[in-house]
Design a protein around this ligand. Structure first.
Ligand code: FEO
Length: 397
């Protein structure tokens, strides 16, 4: 991203990463990402809000040069994860008068992760302000969006809130502001599902704080900025709320010789016939991000797997572990599949699932399901429909 003026004297100086396809060696990035950094020129001091992933250090330094920056006084570190902090050492080298402004927890992380010397830090407290002359930075601690040290910075006079990962989206775009809300909604929901959902409860407080603050612009460190701030705040409120659970079953399936696939597909069609919505995911070839996104609102997760080497297929194991770690608001969890001669598939998957959910009776069928086996699948669908009805997710017939 070239340096772009957001308002007079405030620039976006980060980098777009069009080519990145996976994040943390875990999260698929079908639309790339960006590492946004922001330069604020006050009448007396200049501040840089965050840096970029080390792979894009050259872009950041070039943008600072284009913006005519000869001196940086403060590098504000909102979050220690290296996609935002990783270029701090290079910026300190180029601008040796700069100090790193952050909270005590983040300072500790940055010393551990990047070996920045303790003497280069200025510690700030929650709510503390720092003057740039005619502009003021106010630091607002927003723990767990994404790590415990994460904070936002509010540019008081311009009412711009720099939120780092909070409200971010893995979306490479040349547009500075979110304009196509459909694209951004999907990208932001994917980001929420993969990064924020595990900390759902505590994030509610952070959202309430931002709503109360009512900034004119929300400037995250991934994806576009928001002038229509209520759009992204309302989306977060919807995703976070327990009241927005949907009459939806996510069926994650893997099948080696079609027996489990036949069961999963019969379950899907039986649920649809009963007025229950379904999303099916092939756990081997599907997009993990889509799977995570579908869990944001779904009431039920069913893992369908063959028994392999006396346990679940590794793809089913991974999906169950991931769903458990992401901590969605779902209420019901079930296991189904085909086996050849025994095994501990249900015990292993139920052991991995750590959420406080109601567990359905596992349905494991020997070999290719016959009519009797498929009848049991339909009974499972009816059981799920009843549970959804009892949970108030569908109206009684
Ligand atoms: Fe974008 Fe948690 O780093």
């Amino acid at each position: 991203m070239p340096q772009i003026e957001i308002v007079k004297g405030v620039y976006s100086v980060g980098a777009i990463d069009w080519d990145r396809t996976v994040f943390d060696e875990l999260i698929p990035l079908p639309e790339g990402t960006s590492y946004n950094a922001y330069l604020i020129k006050g009448s007396e001091k200049t501040a840089l809000i965050d840096t970029v992933d080390p792979a894009k250090t050259d872009v950041l330094l070039a943008n600072l040069k284009k913006a005519g920056v000869e001196r940086i006084d403060y590098i504000v570190a909102s979050h220690a994860e290296q996609d935002h902090s990783g270029s701090i050492p290079a910026v300190l080298e180029k601008y040796p008068d700069a100090v790193v402004v952050t909270n005590a927890k983040c300072r500790g992380f940055l010393m551990d992760l990047l070996h920045i010397p303790e003497g280069k830090f200025v510690e700030v407290k929650d709510g503390e302000e720092l003057s740039l002359g005619d502009r003021t930075l106010r630091f607002l601690f927003t723990p767990w969006v994404h790590w415990p040290e994460t904070m936002s910075t509010y540019l008081v006079e311009d009412r711009i809130l720099f939120t780092c990962d909070f409200f971010g989206s893995h979306l490479a775009t040349s547009k500075l502001f979110a304009e196509d809300h459909y694209d951004v909604y999907t990208g932001a929901k994917r980001y929420y599902a993969e990064i924020m959902m595990p900390f759902r409860t505590i994030i509610r407080k952070n959202v309430a704080m931002v709503e109360e603050l009512n900034p004119a612009i929300i400037a995250p460190s991934h994806g576009p900025l928001y002038r229509n701030v209520s759009f992204i705040i309302d989306a977060y409120k919807e995703w976070l709320s327990d009241d927005t659970l949907e009459n939806m079953v996510v069926i994650g399936y893997v099948s080696m010789h079609d027996s489990t696939r036949i069961m999963a597909e019969r379950l899907a069609s039986s649920l649809i016939e009963r007025g229950v919505h379904v999303k099916m995911f092939n756990l081997v070839t599907g997009d993990t991000g889509e799977f995570a996104m579908s869990l944001v609102d779904a009431a039920t997760l069913i893992i369908a797997t063959p028994t392999v080497l006396s346990g679940p297929h590794p793809a089913a194991l991974y999906a169950t572990y991931l769903a458990s770690a992401l901590r969605p608001k779902m209420k019901f969890f079930g296991i189904m599949g085909s086996y050849g001669w025994g095994g501990r598939t249900a015990d292993i998957l139920n052991g991995i699932m750590s959420l406080k959910v109601e567990r359905l009776e596992p349905l494991l069928i020997k070999g290719l399901p016959d009519e009797d086996g498929l009848k049991k699948v339909e009974e499972m669908a009816e059981n799920i429909r009843r549970l959804h009805e009892e949970a108030g997710l569908i109206k009684p017939e």
